[in-house]
Structures are given as structure tokens and as C-alpha cells.
Design a protein around this ligand. Structure first.
Ligand code: PMP
Length: 421
């Protein structure tokens, strides 16, 4: 036996015939493969294959050899190059090594993991904080563990994929309500058995359209029906509320949200996820939550950067004010140019430019890139069926001059592609 494959290096797996009688499990993806090939055959760049060869700051990178303004990152508070954050990561790398090689419940809890949970408890003012390896895993783990057989999960139809996947991982019954509709939530909760356990899952900011949930009204309805409430503040943390906790803080419903899920991959500027709660038994999740137990913990350098960043975010009122200014200016400027924006006013750091269909979306996306601006192209399944958009996410580190440049690039690209007059 040898562990070397007995094949030449340049063998292309796609050229190997599928043995007769084998049901090709990838065949179901042929329509998508063909759609993508047809799109690329028109000569456009692949919007899902961008490489940043150099990253100069939270708002600038080199893409295809060109200095590009970044308007499609989740780096809302611009913490990725903060000197204290970077120093904390380097120090932890030196002191604790590159990784833990183990689960949080075995050998994977180092001092920095405890420290970041302490930073989170302080930031959120809660009695408990549990850190996961990603925000995706936090939703997967918390939702599937809280709501089990015989319980109900009631979620907004536009919920993030990690929330849906958390529902599928568990055994609870899943009920969806119309996006941001308090009446529909009330109606659907009213149809469920009174005595059953219920978890209402909401998001502070919905990441595709950048709209904010009517949390006080939603929470009131949930409580009326005896449901617990989980709020995902992935896109609200850092930016909303006096302490940067999220939309639920800004809208004054801290006392009624039972669980807050968040991520380190957006305003915090690194990677990781968490859930905070004041529930006295919340810590039991460390024993029963599979996406917490059965995976390796985050590298100590990552959690050390997160802890440094979270402590700075608490006192970042000036950055929050500048980010609001940027967001309002971009929203108004794009509307003035004739673009259609998903929300009437700037509701968050996300400004979604609505597009008619895929071809024009990709054409405008490419024209922007060629003009020196990167935004996210979003299409189903990330967006609701039939919806195409270009998502702009602002950063507190975008200067006034950069926002002006962004608007000029949109104007030129929009005219070239024929999206605006
Ligand atoms: N929740 C929401 C609402 C998100 O938008 C995302 C990521 N885009 C996540 C959770 C997952 O976060 P992470 O990147 O840390 O896995």
C-alpha cells in the first residue's frame, strides 16, 4: 500500500468517465453550472471569484493590480487594522501558538477564550457569553439546542441561511412569518398549541436589504404568546445603540430579548461567533450544544484580537456617528443619481441597490469594479427569489472624500451600463 495516488499530476477529474450504473450525485447542479457558463461566456468577470492580492486598509485593497475602494465588506467599524487589535493578535500568537487543536470542552480553552467571553459579558451587560468558532455555528448550535422535539421555531421568512440551517439541524417544528410583519407573527403564534415551547428568531438588521426589524412590536407579540426570543445582531453590533450592542439596544428592548447571537466577522473585524444571555441556566449549552462541543476552538490569536476589538467598540461613539453620516450620504446620493434603493431611508450601514435582473446586475458590478469600486453582488438563494441587488456596506473608516469618489464611480458606471439616465 502507498499513500501516493497512482495517477499523473495533471489528471482532470472532470474528464474521467462516470462508471456505468453510477448515479451521478452532482448531475442536479447542471442547470446552475450551465447558467454560470452562459453568463461568463458573455465576457463578464466572475463576481464570486474576486481575489484581493493586497489589503491596504479597511477601505482599500489591490484587486487585479488596481487600487480599489472596498464597499462590500462587513468591516463596518474598520477594526481590522486597528493597532491595538493587531498587537493583541501578535502577542497571543507568540504566547499561545497558532491553534488549540481541540474542542472548547477538552483541551481547546485557553486564557484568551475566557478573556473574550469576559469582554462580551461586559460589552452586553449579561451574565453569560459563549463563543463559537463562527457566527454560522452559533446560530446552528443555539437554535437547534434550544428548540427540540415538540417545540416550535417561528422565524422571519428572510432569515439568514445559518438560522434556517439551525432549524434543520434540530427537531422542532418550523413556522415562517412574512418578513418584518408583526401581524403575521401574531397570527402564526396564535395558531400554535398554548403549552408548547416556542422560540421566535429575529434579526436586528436584515443583511440583504439593510432594513431594521420592528423589534419592540415583535417582542411584545412574542411575549404575549409565551415565546422566548432570540435576536441575531450580526449586522447591528458595533453600530447601533449607545453601547454598540445592536438594534435591540437602540430600540429599548434589552429586557425582553432572551438570547443575542452575534459574530466577530463583521464589526469586530476577525472571525468567530457568540451567544449572550441572562438566563441562569444558559451555561448548560457548553455541554449539550453539538456545534460547540464537536469542533475545534478558535485560534488564541483570533480571540485575542476579538477581545481587544470588542473593548474598543464599546467606546466608539465617534465612529458610530461617522458611519451614520456615511450611510445617509450614500443613500441620498445614490437616490439622487436615479438608483432604486431597497429602503426609503438609510436604516443601517447596508445600502442595497435594487437591480432588474442578473445580466444588468453583473454588468453594473463589473463597471464599478473597473472604475475602482468593489461592492457585493447578491442573487438568490442569498436574496429572495427573483431578486438581484448590489449591496454596498459602509465602513466607519470611509473618508468623506472616499464617499464622494464612490458616488462618482456609481454615476459613471450607471450611465455606461444604462441603469440611470
Ligand atoms: N447571521 C447573519 C445575519 C449573517 O449575516 C451572518 C454572516 N453573513 C452570520 C449570522 C454568520 O456569521 P459568520 O460569518 O460569523 O459565520
Amino acid at each position: 500500500m502507498t499513500d501516493q495516488l497512482d495517477q499523473p499530476d495533471d489528471v482532470n477529474l472532470a474528464d474521467l468517465p462516470t462508471p456505468p450504473g453510477t448515479h451521478d450525485l452532482l448531475a442536479k447542479f447542471q442547470p446552475l453550472i450551465r447558467e454560470r457558463e452562459a453568463l461568463l461566456a458573455t465576457g463578464v468577470r466572475d463576481p464570486f471569484a474576486i481575489v484581493m492580492t493586497e489589503v491596504k486598509s479597511p477601505t482599500r485593497a489591490i484587486i487585479d493590480g488596481r487600487d480599489t475602494i472596498l464597499l462590500g465588506t462587513y468591516n463596518y467599524m474598520g477594526m481590522t487594522f486597528d493597532p491595538d487589535v493587531v498587537a493583541a493578535g501578535k502577542d497571543a500568537l507568540d504566547r499561545f501558538g497558532s491553534g488549540t487543536t481541540g474542542s472548547r470542552v477538552l483541551n481547546g480553552t485557553y486564557h484568551p477564550h475566557k478573556d473574550v467571553e469576559e469582554a462580551l459579558r461586559d460589552f452586553y451587560g449579561t451574565s453569560s457569553a459563549i463563543v463559537f468558532s463562527t457566527g454560522y455555528q452559533a446560530n446552528l448550535g443555539v437554535i437547534s439546542t434550544l428548540a427540540g422535539k415538540g417545540d416550535y421555531i417561528i422565524l422571519d421568512a428572510d432569515s439568514h441561511a445559518s438560522i434556517y440551517d439551525g432549524c434543520w439541524l434540530g427537531n422542532a417544528e418550523v413556522v415562517r412569518f412574512r418578513h418584518n410583519s408583526v401581524d403575521d407573527l401574531d397570527r402564526r403564534l396564535g395558531r400554535l398549541p398554548k403549552e408548547a415551547g416556542k422560540l421566535v428568531v429575529l434579526e436586528g438588521v436584515y443583511s440583504m436589504f439593510g432594513d431594521v426589524a420592528p423589534l419592540p412590536e415583535m417582542v411584545k407579540v412574542a411575549k404575549k404568546h409565551g415565546a422566548m426570543v432570540l435576536c441575531d445582531e450580526a449586522h447591528g453590533m458595533g453600530f447601533f445603540g449607545a453601547n454598540g450592542r445592536g438594534v435591540y439596544e437602540e430600540l429599548g428592548c434589552e429586557a425582553d430579548i432572551d438570547f443575542v447571537v452575534g459574530t466577530f466577522s463583521k464589526s469586530v473585524g476577525t472571525v468567530g461567533g457568540f451567544c449572550v444571555s441572562n438566563h441562569p441556566d444558559f451555561e448548560v449549552l457548553r455541554l449539550v450544544c453539538r456545534p460547540y462541543v464537536f469542533t475545534a476552538s478558535l485560534p488564541p490569536s483570533v480571540v485575542a484580537t476579538a477581545a481587544a476589538s470588542i473593548r474598543k467598540l464599546k467606546n466608539a461613539a465617534d465612529k458610530r456617528a461617522h458611519l451614520w453620516k456615511n450611510s445617509r450620504r450614500l443613500h441620498a446620493g445614490l437616490r439622487e443619481l436615479g438608483f432604486t434603493i431597497a429602503t426609503e431611508t438609510a436604516q443601517s450601514a447596508i445600502i442595497a441597490v435594487m437591480m432588474p435582473e442578473q445580466e444588468t446586475t453583473v454588468a453594473l458590478w463589473q463597471a464599478l469594479l473597473e472604475g475602482g469600486l468593489y461592492v457585493n453582488m447578491a442573487r438568490p438563494p442569498a436574496t429572495p427569489a427573483g431578486t438581484f441587488l448590489l449591496r454596498c456596506s459602509l465602513c466607519a473608516e470611509h473618508s468623506d472624500e472616499e464617499v464622494g469618489q464612490i458616488l462618482r464611480i456609481f454615476e459613471d458606471a450607471g450611465r455606461a451600463v444604462g441603469c440611470i439616465a
